[in-house]
Design a protein around this ligand. Sequence first.
Ligand SMILES: *Cc1c(COP(=O)(O)O)cnc(C)c1O
Length: 451
Amino acid sequence: MHEHDDDAKALMALVFQYAAERMAMDPPPLDRPLTPEQLGQLAGQTITPDGLGGAEALRLFVDVLSPACLSIDHPRYLSFVPCAPTEAASLFDVIVSASSIYGGSWLEGAGAVYAENQALRWLADLAELPPGAGGTFVSGGSIANLSALAVARRVWRDADPARADRRPTVLLSGGAHSSNASACELLDLRTALVEVDERDRITAAGLRNAIEGLAADQRASVCAVVATAGLTNVGTVDDLAAAADVAAELGAWFHVDAAYGGAALCSTTRRHLFAGIDRADSMTIDPHKWLFSPYDCAAILYRDPQLARRTFTQHASYLDVLTETDDWSPSDYAPHLSRRARGLPTWFSLAVYGTDAYRDAVDATLRTTEEAAALIGSCDHLELVVEPELSVLVFRRRGWARPDYERWSARLLDDQVGFVVPTAWRGETVLRMCITNPRTTLDDVRACLPD
Ligand SMILES: *Cc1c(COP(=O)(O)O)cnc(C)c1O
């Protein structure tokens, strides 16, 4: 701990040198996971009574641990939702770490909270949420959705004392991200499923059927309607206006989960898909997915943040100086207290490059996706199974079954060509690619298609 000044300086030089080298890699190695046994052999016991010293511990990370972590920013990492931070965002993450800022309260972190709030305001403006909207950055879309549904439950219960110990219902579709069902489970909420169309979207007709399928008492107990703007599996967008209508009709909270797709609000070509998002009571959007920020960074925004404050503010005598004020404190808007100012890398990157650069970068990924869809369409042995709307491609390799896809996918990673894993569509194993990295080119996609 009591390092000699020279040791500290030497370690600082080593760390900054490695960080600079990693950020300059274009592309970084894709890398691959190892087993616990392999890592045990290569790294051994890393935590010892005497310590390994900075140089050796860093060497272990650079030579052994880091190569056993996939580079999510590799242009041929096309699985799940890639995260490709801008240089400015990654660099500023280093500054956040060096600055020891408490991001939970205005009293302690006013400057950081001010900057985070400007980034949140940009997101709110993209969705055309009213001037009073606000929220906070949390670790991920899962926590953002949990936060939204906790507020929805609270608002529903507060509306009538007789509801205090009743279990309300959330309307959502089978295409909604698993974190919504998980949040319902954690919050002890019932769920009612909305049927979806041929692209997995919620439609007005599906919502109508869902409501008609509910008993009268359950209809009165719907506390929230969840719609998804950018379904994670297939990248399509629910009919948000229809979902907003139904939420209004039921007197329920309207939550839009735009964790993945919300970035397309800043594109020049897809804004129409989001009609109705301005009516959201809450919205999730993850800068660590398609808005070029490092993990972990997700925004939860509320139309009326006071409702969230009523749900989440923690009361304790040692906190009174923070909570018994009108200050805007991020800890009031999600189930967290201490927090890293994790929105700052997003803020810095927006401040450095400007919002037009974000529009252009999102447009570039959408164009690559369109070209890739055309390429897949031109291959006789491949077939798109869902018409793409945003930047997800779901397609089959004719004649293949699950084991063929799995073998091919493992080989692609083994050969360090790319990372593409199968998903399922209506019970059938198919391939899925998600393009959120502006450095991904059509040639990268071509290299990751099965023969
Ligand atoms: C990824 C995703 C989530 C979960 O976000 P995390 O940041 O991984 O917790 C929730 N909803 C949607 C639509 C997503 O795409």
